[in-house]
Design a protein around this ligand. Sequence first.
Ligand code: MN
Length: 502
Amino acid sequence: MFIYNEAEIWFVAGSQHLYGHQTLEQIKKNIQLVTDYFNQHANLPVKIVLKPLATKPDDIYTLCQEVNYSPKCVGLITWLHTFSPAKMWIRGLTHLQKPLLQLHTQFNEQVPWDSMDMDFMNLNQTAHGGREFGFIGSRMRLIHSIVTGYWKDKTVHEKIAQWMRVCVAINAEKNMKVVRFGDNMREVAVTEGNKVSAQIKFGYSVNTHAVGDLVSVINAVSDTDVAQLIDEYEALYQISPVAQINGAKRQNLIDAARIELGIERFLEQGGYTAFTTTFEDLHGMAQLPGLAVQRLMAKGYGFAAEGDWKTSALLRTLKVMAKGLSGGTAFMEDYTYDFTKGNELVIGSHMLEVCPSIVDDDVKPLLDIQPLEIGNKADPARLIFAAKPGFAINASLIDMGNRFRLVTNALETVKQPQPLPKLPVACAVWKTKPSLEVSAEAWILAGAAHHSVYTQALSMDYFRLYAQLHNIELLVIDDETDINHFRNELRWNEIAYCHPYA
Ligand code: MN
């Protein structure tokens, strides 16, 4: 399901023929050493593949075409090892359709003050070569990321790794298929949006299937497969008495397992990696899928409730980005506030559909079956747990009518202060940054949704990169946020993003 193993980032050094054969040969040796170091010691999530030295416009053009055509290549790193006159790059970069990172490094870490001569200069001139390349990036209005520093520096590796993860996620997004079982919740505004514009901007397609199509797959699941899945539940979770083997609601657990297997098969058969459901359209289903969507999210599928396809697609994208990092990523909703002065809290949850990836590793979620009036079906199965404390971010993608806007809020998840014995749902309790007062006002002014993607795994740097690479509006609410400045930012963005999206 994830493509880190198969993905490649291509790496090319730029130079020219001015310096003579010997210098170019030395540059080839240097970049081979850097490539090997990156692949062996830098702990990067994607393999770097070295490409021939770029010294002529035709070669650069061919390389950029190959980047576009290669299904494995998810981005291109350039290193202007020497001065590489940038008009040579115009034709290639005009055609480049994948993310570009300029690694602004040089082969030598330190200046050899006693021995530095012009030969040394020829091999360590990123300082001005990189600026020539920067001009053409800026002049062409390219979306262009830059990492500066010595190539053995861990910070440099971390920044490259972040960029690589965003490249992989964006590549996965281009191939993503989102399926909706039912439409958006009736009369809800923020979950609406232009699916054609989303496909043009992000690449993913969003299509609906009748719930009956899904129900026929669910009904075809065999009893043996259901029994096997229930064994898995019993190994992984605490099972509440009503769901146990002679419990009063054992049948509901059996139905939930059948729903899970049916949805998973439907997704696999259709090549879908994200989906939505809605409690307003459960025709032929025994219960609202709760446990099923929780477990499918934990496997990496995107999901959001009530037909919210934007949040579902964003969840899948962020799950790809975060794969292998510590901390989980879940569908979330701002549920209710605790306005205790000086200790303001938000309780986040969603009826049944919070991903168990955000739970503490040593906690076994409780698998319970409890009534749910919404949806008007049998009592659904769900996992109940609390999110682990620590840093997290909520992110919401909305459609402003002429553009997509991504809004993020930095959070500090806290230990749930008290049990919630009458609220049988998974939840997270957090403090918003910079304060509940400012964060809620900014979030509301920005028009961000009640639904969000909650992630413990990704820092704000990932969101900044993701928004840059898509050239979409990003609004960050964190410790730096000043509400008056934020209002101005909203006004200025109306001009900055005045061109319609598609
Ligand atoms: Mn909702």
